[in-house]
Every structure is written in C-alpha cells, then in structure tokens.
Design a protein around this ligand. Structure first.
Ligand code: G3H
Ligand code: ZN
Length: 294
C-alpha cells in the first residue's frame, strides 16, 4: 500500500536503521523497486528526481501515476518522493501528482541563500502537508556532464567528495528552516560506479546530534555495504540509491544483446534488466535491515 515517507523515515530512525529510497527513470525501474521490496519484505521509497522529469520532457505525471499505481498495489509499504527539486514550478506539482514528500535542493547556493530558499519551500510544503528534506553542504557528482563522478572535467567549484557539512551550520540550518530531514555531505558522491566511497562516520554521529532530525545519505551507490549499515546505526535514516540500479539495468541489457545480437523485442532484454534491478533493491534493503527481522 501507499505509505508516507515521514512515517517510514521515523520508524527507521527509531530502530537505528535507514529506509532505502531508489531513483526511478523507467517503468521497469518502478516495477523492480516494488518487486525487490516485496522480495525483502521491507518498506521502500520510490523517488523521482527533477533530472528524471527533465528526461521525460518535463512531464511529471506519466512516471508519477505509474509509481502511485505500483505503490497502491504493492504488498509492502511504498512511499513516493520527489527528489532534488530545484524548480519551484516542479515543487508545486508534487501534491497533485501524488507525492507525500519532496527533497528541495538549494545546496548550490551559499549558506544564507540556501537557507532563505529552503525556508520558503518548507513553509509552502508544510502548508500542503508535505514532508520535506533539504541539503546542506554539497554532495558531489550530481551535475557531471556525462553523469559520472570524478572525471577529468571536474572544476574546482564543483561538488567534491571532500565537501563536508559543518555540524554547527547543520544545527542552525535545521532550526531556522524547519526541515523534516537533512541531506548531508559526509564523504559520499553521486553517480559512483564503484563502491569505494569512504564515509566520515564520526561526522555522521556528530551531525545526527547537532541536526536533531533524521539524516539522509545521497550517492549511496558508491558506499560499501558495511559502511551503509554503520552510517544507519549512527543517524542516517534515509539512504538514496540511483546509480546502482542503472548499473544493474545497463549491464544486463549489454550482456543480453552481446549474447543475442539479433534480438528485437525489448521485452527480451528488459525483463532480465528488471530482474537485475530487483535483486539490487533487495540487496540494499537486506543490508540496511528489514524491520522485524533481526
Ligand atoms: O538523490 C539520489 C541519490 O543521491 C542517488 O545517488 O545515483 O549515486 O546512488 P547515486
Ligand atoms: Zn542525491
């Protein structure tokens, strides 16, 4: 059934674990996230990013409607979240499109402007009954031209893996903005295709104390399993995963087409891709711990 992101995050935080949130691009992603969560017997968040909406020609509803239908029919709780929203126009479409939560991303702005923009977004979101996450500190890798982190064209002011959220700033930012959860820079980077990120676990614990709200880890595809579990124990309550699904999908398609160069019907390669994504979803959920299963 359809669930509320805030409830899933609160429950995970109380159990010192994290709910996993997966970014979806195609209908196959949506189906795989629900199937993987059912296989693990765990609740899950399906999230649609502003970049995914751009890929769909700026249209939010086709993917949102599919995700909503899949959530309502799922055998586990599934929440719908709008991710990395920079556009006020997109933000305002969230409630009517069926989203119960949003991540408003003004992290590209200097502190004072990030705070002012986030504060306005929080006021609006709360008036709509939406749960809202924002970002402080800059988590690297998101707007790489080729979608990959750590490449040569990195500019000095780009989000970098060295960026860190300051605990004192986090405390002030949460108090002044009223956000429900805070995305923090603690060593992960978006779009990593190897799981080699090193998290600053002491900083995670200090930020959890300072912020006083659940913390969100972005760029979790690049974080090793044991580090994800430890970060969850220290105060990360929502773990965002995108690239790991895309890797699973693309590798399955590439392997299938290499073995079957004459294949034409997309169902032949998308079925295996969808299964590979579902296995990836199940893996992340089991790493984080399924509620009720020690
Ligand atoms: O908001 C989305 C996540 O931070 C996904 O990051 O693609 O590196 O796993 P990732
Ligand atoms: Zn992210």
């Amino acid at each position: 059934p359809l669930a509320a992101t805030g409830d899933l995050v609160a429950r995970a935080a109380a159990a010192h674990t994290a709910v996993a949130a997966f970014n979806v691009i195609t209908l196959e992603h949506v189906e795989a996230v629900v199937t993987g969560a059912e296989q693990a017997g765990a609740p899950v968040v399906v999230q649609v990013s502003e970049n995914a909406v751009k890929y769909r020609g700026g249209r939010l509803l086709p993917l949102a409607r599919a995700a909503r239908a899949a959530a309502e029919q799922a055998r586990v709780p599934v929440a719908l979240h709008l991710d990395h929203v920079q556009s006020d126009d997109l933000l305002r479409q969230a409630p009517a499109a069926g989203f119960g939560s949003v991540m408003y991303d003004a992290s590209r702005l200097p502190y004072a402007r990030n705070l002012a923009a986030t504060r306005a977004a929080v006021d609006w979101a709360h008036a709509q009954g939406l749960w809202i996450e924002a970002e402080l500190g800059r988590i690297g890798g998101k707007d790489r031209p080729d979608g990959r982190a750590g490449t040569a064209e990195r500019t000095p002011d780009a989000h970098s893996p060295e960026a860190r959220t300051d605990p004192d700033e986090a405390r002030a930012f949460v108090a002044a903005s009223g956000v429900d959860a805070l995305a923090v820079a603690v060593g992960s980077t978006h779009a990593m295709t190897t799981r080699t990120a090193r998290l600053d676990q002491d900083l995670v614990a200090r930020l959890a104390t300072a912020a006083g709200v659940p913390l969100v880890l972005h760029g979790s595809s690049g974080v090793p399993d044991r580090d994800l579990a430890e970060a969850a124990a220290r105060g990360i309550a929502k773990v965002n995963v995108g690239t790991a699904l895309n890797r699973a999908m693309t590798e399955a398609v590439r392997d299938f087409l290499a073995a079957h160069p004459d294949a034409v019907d997309p169902r032949r390669y998308l079925d295996g891709a969808r299964q590979a994504m579902a296995r990836t979803v199940e893996h992340f959920l089991r790493v984080l711990g399924v509620p009720g299963v020690p």
